[in-house]
Design a protein around this ligand. Structure first.
Ligand code: 4AD
Ligand code: MG
Length: 444
């Protein structure tokens, strides 16, 4: 019977067929130890010269790394290791002998691997990351479905900006001029929330940011819920409940993969609500106490500005310093309005502040969520569009939402690759998506 390696513990002392690839092989006299992978895991085979036909023995000798094979054998428990199984090989069918494989189990440089991403994905580490990514997305969909959110797919070709005009990718769109690749489905999700109550989008989004950091890619996946009749507080309550669910489900269902990556699960187990909530002003106080400067690029290097000035957005060193004292995601709310997008509602108690919230992951993984309560007043929204010099004619439909039964509403956007990086403890976001797009990389 054909079985997948991840299910192997259910077939102890049974004869099974495994279809996969040769990851590695060692030989010791009259024994060979091929390590097989099938995409779901790795298993060590034991080939004994006296137990198999001469042809099978010779064929194993011909196998190169990544040759594809169909192997039959008996599943046994490892004599010493708990929950480890072996395949006592009986038969081998070679599907295809691989040419000399460029990626060997030894260390390779990052560019070497990135150029061969189509093959690099076969490594046990990359496959563990992709499985965790799958679990994260499945958990998100499940939470949303179970909590009454309607999946609302928003367009990728759009005629306007959502998160600021400086990071738009454009393309020609027939006789209609330029189209832009969506930076966020939010504006459309707002229409969805006013139609359906609670909605979410989950899809690719694009930012033409020429930043080569460990946390930015130009094409990333974002999940964006949007809820009618939710204020900023309701929004933060949802974020807590949702993040706790996703993280706890992922560590429960993907323990093996997380262990393989060496992830410290005790840190993730602490991700339970309530999460700390601090204002932007309190966050700046933390930076000032720790004497973390704002760093500005200048013509001849960089300038360090102390104390950290109110009104500036945070970079990686600031986010790290802010979360240092906490072992949970930190919600930073009430931001200086000028640092944030046009659609955020102003704080009625201080109109210089926007009712925005950023969620910073613990352990220095940076911003994983950006959200806000939206401006629902027609006149204020028109002012904002003008202040930001956005083309009103492209926002007519969006403004309409404030003309026909406007209600308080809120939502947020969660970057999937940021969450994958956090839960998998990745140094660099390039490993968090099958084929990362960065300013200097569009291949493979
Ligand atoms: O904070 P952002 O820009 O917020 C929005 O786009 C809102 N429209 C969301 C909403 O309220 N519906 O982006 C949201 C999240 C960030 O917190 C981050 O996790 C991720 O998207 N993100 C990126 N991830 C990878 N690479 C990039 N270049 C990213 N830019 C944002
Ligand atoms: Mg943001």
């Amino acid at each position: 019977m054909w079985v997948y390696i991840e299910k192997i513990r259910d077939f102890v002392e049974q004869e099974v067929t495994i279809k996969g690839w040769l990851y590695n092989i060692r030989s010791a006299g009259k024994l060979m130890f091929p390590e097989l992978r099938d995409g779901t895991g790795l298993i060590q085979g034991v080939v004994s010269k006296k137990e198999v036909s001469e042809k099978v023995w010779e064929d194993f000798g011909k196998l190169t790394q990544e040759s594809s094979v169909i192997v039959k054998g008996l599943i046994t428990r490892h004599p010493k290791k708990e929950d480890v199984y072996e395949l006592q090989v009986k038969d081998l069918e070679i599907v295809a002998i691989a040419e000399p494989y460029p990626i060997t189990p030894k260390e390779h440089g990052v560019d070497f691997l990135a150029d061969r991403r189509h093959l690099w994905l076969r490594s046990p580490r990359q496959s563990a990351i992709m499985r965790i990514r799958n679990e994260i997305i499945q958990s998100i969909r499940e939470y949303m479905y179970n909590n009454g959110f309607i999946l609302f797919d928003t367009p990728i070709f759009t005629p306007n900006a959502c998160e600021g005009t400086s990071t738009l990718f454009s393309t020609d769109y027939f006789d209609l001029g330029k189209a832009y690749l969506s930076q966020s489905g939010q504006l459309y999700a707002e229409a969805g929330a006013l139609a359906l109550g609670k909605v979410y989008t989950l899809g690719p989004t694009f930012r033409a940011e020429n930043s080569m950091t460990r946390r930015h890619i130009t094409e990333f996946w974002m999940m964006e819920p949007e809820m009618a009749f939710f204020d900023l507080n309701d929004n933060m309550n949802l974020i807590e409940d949702f993040l706790e669910y996703v993280v706890q489900r992922v560590i429960k269902n993907k323990k093996q993969e997380l262990d393989f990556l060496g992830r410290d699960l005790s840190k993730l187990e602490k991700v339970k609500k309530p999460f700390p909530r601090i204002t932007y002003n309190e966050a700046v106080e933390i930076l000032r106490k720790k004497d973390i400067p704002l760093i500005r690029k200048t013509e001849n290097g960089e300038e360090h500005i102390r104390p950290f000035p109110y009104g500036e957005d945070f970079g990686a060193p600031h986010e790290e310093a802010i979360v240092e004292a906490f072992d949970k995601p930190v919600m930073v709310h009430r931001w200086p309005a000028e640092a944030k997008a046009f659609y955020m509602k102003r704080d009625p108690e201080n109109p210089k502040l926007a009712l925005g919230v950023d969620v910073l992951a613990p352990e220095g993984f940076g911003e994983i969520i950006g959200g806000s309560q939206r401006e629902d007043n027609l006149d204020f929204l028109l002012e904002r569009i003008e202040e930001h010099q956005l083309p009103l004619e492209e926002f007519g439909w969006y403004v309409d939402l404030r003309r026909y039964g406007s209600v308080p509403h809120s939502g947020f956007g969660l970057g999937i690759e940021r969450v994958v990086s956090w839960l998998c403890n990745l140094e660099h976001i390039r490993e968090a998506i099958p084929f990362a797009r960065r300013p200097n990389r569009i291949r493979p």
